[in-house]
Design a protein around this ligand. Structure first.
Ligand SMILES: NC(=O)c1ccc[n+]([C@@H]2O[C@H](COP(=O)([O-])OP(=O)(O)OC[C@H]3O[C@@H](n4cnc5c(N)ncnc54)[C@H](OP(=O)(O)O)[C@@H]3O)[C@@H](O)[C@H]2O)c1
Length: 332
């Protein structure tokens, strides 16, 4: 079978190669999937650069999530219990990566059967962004209806999900973007307020929107100057979740800003949150994601798609500023 492989960390389009490798055999409680599609997420690109929170042993195949069809079960109780028969279409996310290949080995625990009415292109992004958007807003911050949530990189796939979750659960969103044309696009997509960092100040606008109080809830995947400005926009009791490193720059914090009003800045990493949860809670989360995906709330706008052989073009496109939609690999 063919797989995208990197032998050293570096610029993704330079270090990734598509190579012929032996067909892997599933172990007990694992299944082999014939892959259909997998998105190119920022975490995949950071992994190839060696800049992600966990580093794989090399050589490695990237791809933390995707959709495929069960090809072979390795036996054990879990595939039986979860009715993972050959032919069943399933979505998965795996901290081990491996989705950018014609076949992938996945633990039966990490699979979610996909109903027929969810297309491959949506099922491919079933977990990473939908679960993070839902968990940060509803399980961790628990943003109450009517409250403001400020988010940066609001035009990202995850940011757009947060805007739709706001409409669904009744909280209001202040959306920070870096390009004016994206500000207009997000307003049309239901954003309650948009701040464009090209010509506006995050703390000033946030205070104006909240009658001088500042925001109580914020999420930031950018860091650097943008992250520092979000801290300035927090009001008394404000809480900021930092969940990404898009600018690759550190955040500067004036300690007085946190002391006055007892504000909190915390990190959020989905894989660590998941590790703390019980099986039943994860099953309920998967069902909620499925329902919200069907309702068009936790969906991703898909941009360019590429075959596995063109993985270098795909990763170059995914790393471009101002692109529209998630870049996907079509593997099947
Ligand atoms: N911690 C977790 O568990 C977790 C889970 C899921 C996702 N994430 C993180 O969530 C973020 C969004 O992921 P995604 O898949 O939704 O991304 P995406 O669809 O690929 O979009 C990336 C967005 O980030 C913006 N951006 C990139 N660099 C920026 C910078 N330096 N300053 C401001 N904006 C910048 C881009 O803006 P332009 O359109 O202007 O180029 C684009 O809108 C990523 O950082 C990802 O790692 C974290």
């Amino acid at each position: 079978m063919k797989a995208a492989i990197f032998d050293r960390f570096g610029v993704p389009e330079e270090v990734l190669q598509v190579r012929e490798v032996p067909l892997p055999e599933p172990g007990r409680n694992q299944v082999r999937l014939r892959m259909l599609a997998s998105p190119i997420n920022p975490s995949d690109l950071m992994t190839v650069r060696g800049e992600y929170g966990s580093r794989p042993t090399l050589p490695a195949t990237p791809g933390f999530e995707g959709v495929g069809v069960v090809d072979k079960s390795g036996g054990g109780l879990l595939p039986l219990l979860r009715r993972l028969k050959p032919g069943r279409r399933v979505a998965f996310s795996s901290t081990a990566g491996g989705a950018w290949a014609e076949f992938a080995i996945v633990s039966a625990r990490q699979l979610v059967p996909v109903p027929d009415d969810i297309p491959d292109e949506q099922a491919a992004s079933f977990f990473v962004n939908p679960a993070s958007a839902l968990v940060m807003t509803q399980y961790v911050l628990k943003v109450p209806p009517g409250e403001w949530l400020l988010q940066t990189a609001a035009g990202s796939a995850l940011g757009r999900m947060v805007i739709r979750l706001g409409k669904h659960f009744g909280f209001r969103t202040i959306n920070v973007v870096r390009r004016r044309e994206q500000a207009e696009e997000l307003s049309r997509a239901g954003a309650d307020a948009v701040i464009c960092t090209a010509d506006e100040s995050i703390p000033q606008r946030a205070r104006a929107l909240t009658e001088g109080r500042g925001v109580k809830y914020a999420i930031d995947p950018v860091g650097g100057e943008t992250g520092s400005a979000v801290i300035e926009a927090l009001g008394a009791g404000g809480r900021l979740l930092i969940y990404g490193t898009l600018s690759r720059e550190p955040i500067a914090i004036d300690p007085r800003l946190l002391i006055v009003g007892s504000k909190r800045v915390e990190g959020f990493w989905l894989s660590e949150w998941v590790r703390e949860q019980r099986v039943l809670k994860m099953l309920r989360l998967s069902r909620t994601i499925r329902d919200l995906m069907r309702a068009g709330i936790l969906t991703s706008e898909v941009g360019a798609t590429f075959p596995l052989d063109e993985v270098q073009k795909a990763v170059a496109q995914a790393a471009q500023a101002g692109r529209s939609g998630k870049v996907q690999l079509r593997l099947g």
